[in-house]
Design a protein around this ligand. Structure first.
Ligand SMILES: Cc1cc2nc3c(=O)[nH]c(=O)nc-3n(C[C@H](O)[C@H](O)[C@H](O)COP(=O)(O)O)c2cc1C
Length: 438
């Protein structure tokens, strides 16, 4: 066995209904507990037993897809409150949550994350998002700001948050009972920020947190998104269905990091992967078919049509989307291009595309024995196109347990994943230096 090039970072997407759409219909699911602490506490402790670096809550700020009976990608667990609740239920695992820069203010967010980082002893991460899925109607706005406008605000938002996090020196708290001085006020500085979107006097009303500031995650794929990620993020989440697209993405992130004056090797790139794991390849295939049987094809057709921006109501399930329905245009997302590839290059039928989208939503899906899946993940890692993975549990709890109990131990056995936590904070455990105050 060759020696691994370091070890992977592994986090787990906390989608309490399962990453595969409609997998909550599995009779073994715990869907009656969605929204309750018991469910996420069990998920996080299972991930902690497997020594994962962190669990990760995505978020959206509108009712969105719930109305379409798709509860996968919604904010049923609000990240700040959920991370807070999990602090007491866990000990070492990192807690990462999405918070939107489009629909919040930096002073609030900087405080909330500092609070969580202090309360958890330095285990918190922030996934910086600009609200891909909408929500403007809930915040007094008449339309969704353009992606460019959202990213301009995001860049400034993060800059203000960083300034607030550095508004206290690390040694500002004296706690000197004799002199009666709790803090050295000369070490608490206003930030006096005036910018395009924000005017913030500062300073923060909380001391610098154990990690200096939370670990920063980001997941933008567009040029503006990528620029934000490469300039500020410690770790980057991404959905890449195959090796070639993964390589192109990594190269772009690393090149952009250099342009932003950063060491390209210092950023951890973590693609999502949906592992459907069996004790044998045959068992995995059976599980995969069982999971497929939960997919609502009628709703699935609507969701696919909406996501691709293409009308497919009249098509038979067994035919492919015709080429003329894919109209090229600057507005087409990377997701649109991957749908086009599926239909025209890979020849997938409407049914197969519904299933693929419901299963993986653009992330990579790996179906097989734990050995097969581990080999595949190790291959990407060894090629240097990624630094670990965000594990998307196909179903809860069954798909998650198989992933954590069959797959992760194999990665550990082969030396590719930690068998215990080292370091005191999420930042240290992920291999990042503590940022010096500005
Ligand atoms: C693993 C992963 C998790 C994401 N989580 C969220 C989220 O919680 N909320 C959100 O609004 N967008 C989320 N996104 C979307 C990204 O933030 C980003 O908007 C998307 O990848 C498209 O890139 P772009 O905004 O640069 O076009 C996520 C993306 C990925 C790959």
């Amino acid at each position: 066995m060759s020696t691994p090039r370091g070890q992977m970072v592994l986090t787990m997407f906390m989608l309490s209904s399962g990453f595969q759409m409609d997998s909550w219909r599995d009779p073994r699911s715990r869907s009656e507990e969605i929204g309750e602490l018991s469910l996420i506490a069990d998920m996080a402790t299972a991930a902690e037993r497997a020594k994962l670096h962190a669990v990760f809550f995505g978020d959206g700020v509108d009712v969105g897809t719930i109305r379409d009976n798709n509860i996968r990608n919604t904010g049923l667990y609000e990240p700040i409150s959920s991370m807070g609740a999990l602090i007491g239920a866990t000990d070492k695992i990192g807690l990462v949550g999405s918070v939107s820069t489009t629909f919040s203010e930096p002073y609030n967010v900087a405080r909330q994350l500092t609070g969580l980082d202090r309360l958890s002893g330095g285990r918190v991460g922030w996934n910086i998002v600009t609200s891909l899925f909408g929500g403007y109607q809930n915040f007094g706005q008449s339309e969704m700001p353009s992606p460019e406008a959202r990213y301009r605000r995001a860049q400034e938002f993060v800059d203000v948050a960083l300034k607030l996090w550095d508004s206290w020196s690390d040694d500002a708290v004296l706690n000197d009972r004799v002199s009666g001085q709790w803090a050295d006020i000369s070490k608490i500085r206003d930030i006096d920020y005036e910018g395009e979107h924000f005017s913030v006097k500062g300073a923060l009303n909380m001391p610098r947190s154990p990690q200096g500031h939370p670990v920063l995650f980001q997941a933008g794929q567009s040029p503006a998104g990528l620029q934000l990620g490469a300039s500020v993020a410690d770790a980057i989440y991404t959905a890449q269905p195959d090796l070639e697209s993964m390589r192109v993405f990594s190269d772009r992130v690393r090149a952009q990091a250099v342009t932003s004056g950063r060491d390209p090797g210092s950023i951890k790139i973590l693609p999502g992967v949906v592992p459907i794991v069996g004790r044998t390849a045959r068992e995995a295939e059976e599980l995969s078919q069982e999971l497929e049987s939960f997919i609502d094809l009628v709703a699935g057709r609507r969701r696919l049509s909406f996501a691709a921006g293409i009308s497919i109501d009249d098509l038979d399930l067994e035919e492919s989307i015709p080429a003329e329905r894919f109209v090229e245009g600057p507005q087409n997302s990377s997701r649109w291009h991957s749908f086009r590839r599926m239909a025209l290059e890979e020849g997938l039928t409407v049914r197969q595309m519904i299933v693929a989208f419901a299963r993986a939503g653009g992330h990579r899906i790996l179906i097989g024995s734990a050995e097969d899946v581990a080999r595949d993940m190790i291959d990407w890692f060894d090629r240097g196109v990624c630094d670990g993975f965000n594990l998307d549990p196909p179903s809860i709890p069954d798909g998650m347990n198989r992933m954590l109990e069959l797959l992760v131990p194999l990665l550990q056995e082969r030396g590719y994943f930690q068998t215990d936590y080292t370091g005191d904070t999420l930042r240290e455990r992920m291999g990042f230096a503590r940022p010096a105050g500005r």
